[in-house]
Design a protein around this ligand. Structure first.
Ligand SMILES: [Zn+2]
Length: 125
């Protein structure tokens, strides 16, 4: 486990969910298992593709989780995450090192992603 993740003082299940999502092992349409099925998974909000970027960045079904995270991210980075390009946005959430390795942000990243992945699985059930 990444040292920053280990030191973030989060539940093991949150660290596990974030790590799996980071590696592409999630239930969204760009996750490995769905991609191998060769199907397109639309989002319940009506968006054509339920991808990791869509869920973390713009899906209204996850806006409450995103809002809490954005507040922490903006406080720590000094800039609104909504202004970032997609790659920089994903790096902010999944690169657990470098400039954004602040424990408060790592903790917020893990909690947001793990909550989103759990909620998405509930929607599929
Ligand atoms: Zn959506």
């Amino acid at each position: 486990m990444n040292r920053l993740v280990f030191c973030a003082s989060v539940r093991a299940e949150d660290a596990r969910e974030w790590t799996l999502a980071r590696c592409g092992h999630h239930s969204l349409s760009d996750g490995r298992s769905v991609r191998h099925l060769g199907v397109t998974q639309p989002c319940l909000c009506g968006h054509s593709h339920c991808t990791l970027l869509h869920v973390t960045r713009s899906c209204p079904l996850f806006s409450d989780l995103r809002s809490a995270w954005e507040s922490v991210a903006q406080t720590i980075t000094g800039a609104a995450p909504s202004g970032l390009e997609d790659v920089a946005f994903l790096e902010l959430i999944f690169a657990a090192s470098g400039l954004w390795g602040a424990p408060g942000l790592v903790r917020a990243n893990l909690r947001m992603v793990s909550s989103m992945m759990r909620r998405h699985r509930e929607y599929l059930a």
